[in-house]
Design a protein. Sequence first.
Length: 504
Amino acid sequence: MKLIYLNGVLSGTAYELAPSGTRIGRETQNDIQLLLNGVSRYHAEIKRRPDGKWYVTDLGSTNGTLLNNNLISVPAELENGCILSIGDQLFRCIDGDTPQSPQPKPLFKPSISPADSQLGQQSPFVFRPSVSESAPQPPQSVRTPSREHPAAQQEAEDIVPQVLTGQINLFNNKTDKKKKGDKADSRQNLSDSDKHKKRIGNLLFVLAVVVVAFIVLLVFLSLNVAESNSESSTQTGTQPVKIVNPLVVYYEKYAIQDTTIFRFTLRVENKRLEITLDEPMSNRRYYELFQQDIDKEILDDFQKNLDESGFMNLHQDALVGTTQDRKEYRRILVGYGSKFNDISVSNDISETFNKAESIIEDFLQEFNLDIVSQSVESLLSVAETSLYVAEEAIQNVDIDPANLPKAISNFRIAAQRYKLFDPIPEKGKRAIDGLAKAEERLETIRKEGLQTVRLYNERNEFDKAIEECNRLMKIFPVDSDTYRKIRETKINLERKQESARRKN
């Protein structure tokens, strides 16, 4: 059994439960430590019983433990896919032996690392996905083996402390005769190998001293250069270089109502849009990363509207009681240029925050994503109606070919809404399949029609070619590229026809 974090900075991370028991609470002795509102010191415990079933027990916490939004008073069985709420933290319980539908991509947490940035610029606010299944392990210390002979290395290690304590003086050649005599006798008793070892040790120490002195000199010079540049900048009146960051927007919202949990995230970074929707009780899951860059005009208007909303001047400390209600949570992070702000609220006490949220919703409409925020009833109603219209239109294409674009449009509307459910309903599969077949049929009509026009044109049968163009123009939407191309072809054919008449 695994616990999947549904919110917070660890959203999307999985924790493998131990059959012997997993304790959850604020204290460090717990297996899962949660430093969040509403979490007691020792809040709850999850164990697997001999029959293989998992149970959660509340350990007398102050705020209680919720299972599928129901407060438990006795040990409760954890079923696959159930939602566990401990304080402000939400978990989904996943049985590792049961196949699961693909989970939506986890939330993103802020990071100051510029690594992997598509723009290749240093940026203090860049979002990176938290995808690790477990906390990173600290690197193990590794001792690098010496390249010298072990005996020589030991000799060098013995010499260094002697030099430091004054027992050996490498730089003073003026010693009394008695010491010289003693050393001479000692040297005579040493083998050539021992002498070689001592020389290596002495050389290593001298080399270390030279390296340290060189590093100190470099540090001293760099500090002087920095101070000189600072004084020069002050005298000339130039300003230090500022990092100019592209627009980054992160929006997160989740709400709990009865047994319904709704979670939605939006991320705009490096001119790309990424959205995630998760509503497990209604089987609504959706994820999309747009591969094309956002239009510069749309992005500039988005940044301008956020700036004029006053959101960048909003302060978290001024919003009293914004984290009291754990049944609703909203967060907006915006950064661009040298500006950055990150605000979280749990109710509608801030008019400025609501205005920024409205700007984000208008931005979503540019990409036809406003349907994500619609209720389940509204989505199903529109989807079913569109599917009915599309299937009726496709049956009448032979009577009127203009019904084909109508069918495609309604199939697309239905498919967009049904795709928000996981698994996709049977009607949703019909809409997706119908859309693919209708688009394939329209493409066949386009190719065959243009080929017919080309043949009539080569035979100088301009009347028939123009007639075929008129037929095709009734099928394709007037705002499509195909319609414009056919219309241009028709105009050229009419000119050729008029020229042929004049020659005759």
